[in-house]
Write a protein that binds this ligand. Structure first.
Ligand SMILES: *Cc1c(COP(=O)(O)O)cnc(C)c1O
Length: 392
């Protein structure tokens, strides 16, 4: 039986370091040809040898070798037991939500991704699930929100776009002492900078659309689980609901993770360069970037993250000024999404966070004068020059 897909080559040393894991984990040379790259298995079914005897693959919703390779790869990258790839980040978060039963309560980071808030608030409340949105950067606020019915603590760190951090080790302790699971949406940091399972997280979710794929050419999601019972349930729900990642997208993300470490190193450099440039610019009133010593969670960022990433936002005082910056950038592109090799700017209040009520936006510091940047991996001098002319 050829069931090596998703397994890791014997050539990968058991104590391999992070970037080596990124390149090799979950992959073996193709057993039938020796191809070093896992092929795109664009098939719906698999021919069986005889009744009751097959090669471990029956139907492509249930098993696909390219997807299995990606799942094995990202599970190893995050340090989990198994991974399950979905058609989008939202489908991955939806799959995690199926672990809940009616009557269960979830504590969620207040400044969570807009799509996550919409899924929880507009869809899942129809199924007698309850959600409390709290500032999870304050452990006391998490404690206060926990109830006997709390089954999940769902955390995003750093948050979008004001870059608030949650102490993952403390969050794990609070969740576990109450019998709840800690779920971390690790999309913003990427596992190159932060591996939540090391701090006690039970489940890690990603929009692979962002840093893991890294090239702005695929939409996908993944859940990495630690506990055997969660692995079993996620395998069951991935097949039952069927929101799987297709083989071509799985192949693209697998190609993306090979360069995760070198890309993130440059995202870190460019994020810091832009944050430093902006923090001394006379027209900028505030910069949100965890790498700046003035950031309220800078010490936690140094402890919890290996690098401060490529995401930052800055305030230019008025909506009109923010509009001007967004419209005047030339090299940078005005677009939603993040984590690609090209730099993007966006206006959260009117774009990604337009569905968040104005008073909630105000409460988390998401002003109408805020501009968000996803720093790509271009030469930082060209990015600074572009922002400089856009601000002038
Ligand atoms: C983009 C994103 C999602 C949703 O992922 P999709 O692939 O767009 O469905 C979830 N969480 C975070 C933090 C994101 O940035």
């Amino acid at each position: 039986m050829i069931t090596d897909y998703g397994q890791t080559s014997m050539r990968l040393p058991p104590d391999a370091r992070f970037s080596t894991i990124c390149i090799h984990a979950g992959q073996v040379p193709d057993p039938s040809t020796g191809a070093i790259i896992t092929p795109i298995f664009q098939t719906s079914t698999y021919v069986q040898d005889e009744l009751g005897r097959h090669k471990g693959f029956e139907y492509a919703r249930t098993q696909n070798p390219t997807r299995a390779a990606l799942e094995g790869n990202i599970a190893a990258i995050e340090g989990g037991t198994a991974g399950f790839a979905f058609a989008s980040g939202m489908a991955a978060i939806g799959a995690v939500a199926t672990m809940l039963k009616s009557g269960d309560h979830v504590v969620v980071t207040d400044n969570t991704y807009g799509g996550t808030f919409r899924l929880f608030d507009k869809v899942l409340t129809k199924y007698q699930l309850e959600f409390s949105y709290v500032d999870t950067s304050a452990p006391d606020a998490i404690e206060a929100a926990m109830r006997p019915s709390t089954k999940m603590l769902f955390v995003e760190t750093p948050t979008n776009p004001v870059m608030r951090l949650t102490d993952l080790a403390r969050a794990a302790t609070i969740a576990h002492t109450r019998g709840a699971r800690l779920v971390v949406d690790n999309t913003f940091a990427s596992p190159a900078l932060q591996r939540p399972i090391e701090f006690g997280a039970d489940l890690v979710v990603h929009s692979t659309t962002k840093y893991l794929n890294g090239h702005s050419d695929s939409v996908g999601g993944i859940v990495v689980a630690v506990r055997d019972e969660d692995v079993e349930w996620l395998r069951f729900i991935q097949n039952s609901e069927g929101a799987i990642l297709g083989p071509f997208d799985a192949w693209l993300v697998l190609r993306g993770t090979k360069t995760l470490m070198v890309r993130m190193a440059q995202h870190n450099v460019n994020g810091m360069a832009l944050a430093e440039f902006l923090s001394t610019h006379p027209k900028v009133t505030r910069v949100h970037y965890p790498g700046l010593p003035a950031h309220p969670h800078h010490a936690l960022a140094k402890r919890q993250m290996r690098g401060f990433g490529g995401m930052l936002s800055f305030d230019v005082g008025t909506f009109e000024a923010a509009r001007r910056v967004c419209n005047r950038v030339r090299l940078m592109a005005l677009a939603e999404s993040l984590g690609g090799v090209e730099t993007l700017v966006s206006h959260p209040a009117s774009m990604t966070h337009a569905s968040v009520p104005a008073e909630r936006r105000q409460a988390i510091g998401l002003t109408d004068s805020l501009v968000r940047v996803s720093a790509g991996i271009e030469d930082p001098a060209d990015l600074i020059a572009d922002l400089s002319q856009a601000l002038s």
